[in-house]
Design a protein around this ligand. Structure first.
Ligand code: FES
Ligand code: FE2
Length: 401
């Protein structure tokens, strides 16, 4: 148990900040409220620009434990781009377009597995799985007129493994190093989670009729748990609305919230000791990943805009568990955590977000408000505003108030 909890670092400053906020009924606040036009949740032109932006930044597409051996693979269609993610001989992972160099068939149709060769089912062109996707076999090569095998390997996309996560650029371009992309502070905060020594313990993928930003909003919202998740034993029973410390890491950000047990101690006039179980923290890695720290696991959300429809997204939630810590007791706790999360997300958050989506579509000239005391929920919108609108307010973009 003690060993299982070493992955959560005690953040004394955050604890002090939360205690002050509870005592004074305050929270970290943004400089201004944000007024977001409802069009941002359904406008196709906006959605196309967001997808274009996502293709220009490194995104988490897999975890190394999903491709543990040379030739192990997973396939994934992300932002409309079919990917083949493959463990390589001598270690490492490569990310390819799941596309035959002959006439573009997918070379792998299964979701996951292990193969020495990817053979396209159309005309049999075959590629070495664990050796860089090299083209090995072209049937009837003698009469083909000359196919240069050296120039027809599977097309590789820029990728890097860091913290056990496979990061990829979903376009051919220059990818920054992930250490640079994360920045020193975020990189240092991910380190203790030991994701490079973890496995995907469970994974759920859901197609949602919701704009991806609304799902991101819900995961990093600091004002809703006690209202929306108010069932006994649910998320709201453990958390405290309002008191929130927000860490701004440039494009990324972290929200730290008080748990109910901290509020009880503070309300009783006592001084809490340093204990990470008094806090809950959510790290948002721009633009579409969310990490929720828990004592026994890290919850990783990837929220993918639909390739063509602004009003749809795919949510992939994984529980990452450090190798070797699993005991029946921990397994039981993790399974209960999943059940609480599943209920909160699928029975409470997503249905609420669907109503927000439908209302946005039904009120195209309208606006939604992200108040000053919703600093964490503002963060993604502010960053998108910088990247997509150059920080210039106008019709269809944010208004600062
Ligand atoms: S399209 Fe793959 S072999 Fe022809
Ligand atoms: Fe929620």
């Amino acid at each position: 148990m003690a060993e299982a909890q070493t992955a959560i670092r005690m953040d004394i400053d955050a604890l002090r900040g939360l205690v002050d906020h509870i005592r004074n009924n305050t929270t970290d606040t943004a400089d201004a409220a944000l007024i977001v036009p409802t069009t941002q949740y359904f406008c196709d032109e906006r959605a196309a620009r967001e997808r274009e932006l996502l293709r220009r930044v490194p995104l988490v597409v897999a975890h190394v434990s999903e491709v543990p051996e040379p030739g192990s693979f997973v396939t994934r269609d992300l932002l409309g781009l079919p990917l083949l993610i493959v463990g390589q001989r001598g270690g490492g992972v490569k990310v390819f377009r799941n596309m035959c160099r002959h006439r573009g068939g997918k070379v792998e149709l299964e979701e996951k597995g292990k193969r020495p060769i990817f053979m396209c089912q159309y005309h049999g062109w075959s590629y070495a799985a664990a050796d860089g996707g090299e083209l090995k076999v072209v049937p009837y090569e003698e009469t083909s007129g000359g196919i240069d095998k050296g120039c027809n390997s599977l097309i590789e996309l820029p990728s890097e493994v860091r913290h056990g996560l496979v990061w990829t650029l979903l376009s051919e371009g220059e990818m920054p190093s992930i250490a640079d992309f994360l920045g020193e502070e975020v990189d240092a905060q991910i380190q203790p989670w030991e994701l490079d020594d973890s496995v995907v313990y469970m994974e759920h993928v859901m197609e949602m009729p919701i704009n991806w930003k609304l799902v991101m909003d819900g995961a990093i919202d600091s004002l809703h748990a006690q209202f929306l998740h108010n069932k006994p034993g649910g998320v709201g029973a453990r958390s405290v609305n309002h008191a929130m410390v927000f860490r701004d890491y440039g494009r990324h950000g972290k929200m730290i919230m008080a748990r109910r047990r901290l509020k009880k101690i503070v309300d009783a006039g006592d001084e809490p000791e340093a204990n990470s179980s008094y806090m809950a923290s959510v790290m948002m890695l721009y633009p579409n990943s969310i990490f929720v720290e828990a004592p026994d696991h890290v919850e990783l959300w990837s929220v993918w805009p639909h390739p063509t429809d602004a009003a749809q997204c795919t949510v992939r939630i994984r529980f990452m568990v450090r190798s070797g810590i699993m005991t029946p007791e921990i397994e039981d706790r993790i399974n209960r955590s999943w059940e609480i999360l599943r209920f909160a997300a699928t029975e409470e958050d997503f249905p609420m977000e669907e109503t927000i989506q439908r209302n946005a579509e039904a009120w195209p000239g309208g606006t939604y408000t992200y108040a000053r005391n919703e600093k964490s929920a503002q963060h993604l919108h502010r960053q998108l505003f910088k990247d997509l609108d150059g920080g210039v307010s106008g019709p269809g973009t944010l208004i600062m108030r």
